[in-house]
Design a protein around this ligand. Structure first.
Ligand code: 13P
Length: 256
């Protein structure tokens, strides 16, 4: 059975004190999670150690620590970068790769993302791999081909076992990120079904059924339940609504 995952991507927000308070409150107040449910906190690097300790102290194995980025190299002269071993040492198990902000604002190419994916898999990490089209591609009706190319350029060199054991896909249409404009439940379901179809064609139907596909982009306490009710939507990657317990807890509760 594939996992249902709600991951909070805090981006460059929250002090360590605010973040600690948030995680304590969320874990204490979270509903009982099913065996296949996972909640991930993707914190800034400077917060990882503190949040890892809080997660450990609560003793709930379904809450996990995530990072928002990782370099493709193991060590060396890469000023300002962070390595997979540094993240592992902090207790990180999930890493976001290919977020549209990294692609657009920091010029990360598909080839660079592919190298990061390989480095993370070699280190036995879980990858939240983001894909999603800009508005002009959606308006031109070319979103399916666009997303398919993002996946094939950075992921489809992997073998089936690597895909199944390490990859979660997060579909985040760029026009929905931080805009308050959410993809309709139909738009989300259509793209997720397309991604699953592509996985089935590239690998096989069992692998396609086993991979979790999350939705991200203005997902909030009001719309999470409808979005997650779609057959092919297995949870969410949440930005703004992950920064407060009042808005994040209902999203956790919306996992089916
Ligand atoms: P928002 O939920 O703030 O739209 O952000 C989505 C996102 O980019 C998560 O990675």
């Amino acid at each position: 059975m594939r996992k249902n995952i709600v991951a909070g991507n805090w981006k460059m927000n929250l002090s360590i004190a605010e973040a600690s308070n948030l995680v304590e409150t969320i874990i204490d107040a979270a509903p009982a999670l099913r065996e296949n449910h996972v909640v991930v906190f993707c914190t800034p690097f400077t917060h990882l150690q503190t949040i890892a300790k809080i997660i450990d102290s609560k003793g709930h194995s379904q809450f996990a620590l995530g990072a928002q980025n990782c370099n493709d190299q193991i060590a060396g002269a890469f000023t300002g970068e962070i390595s997979v071993n540094m993240l592992k040492e902090m207790g990180v198990t999930y890493v976001i790769i290919g977020h549209s902000e990294r692609r657009q604002l920091f010029g990360e190419s598909s080839d660079f993302l592919k190298k990061k994916v390989d480095t993370l898999i070699a280190a036995n990490m879980q990858i939240l791999f983001c894909c999603g089209e800009p508005l002009e591609i959606r308006n031109a009706g070319e979103q399916n081909q666009y997303v398919q190319k993002q996946l094939s350029d950075s992921l489809f060199h992997l073998d089936a076992a690597q895909m199944k054991n390490h990859i979660t896909i997060a579909y985040e249409p760029i026009w929905a990120i931080g805009t308050g404009v959410t993809a309709s439940t139909q738009q989300a379901q259509d793209m997720h079904a397309h991604i699953r179809h592509v996985l089935s064609e590239t690998y096989d139907s069992q692998l396609a059924a086993d991979i979790s596909i999350l939705y991200g982009g203005s997902c909030n306490a009001q719309n999470a339940e409808d979005l997650f009710a779609n057959e092919d939507v297995d949870g969410g990657l949440i930005g703004g609504a992950a920064l407060k317990s009042e808005t994040f807890l209902p999203i956790i509760s919306a996992m089916h």
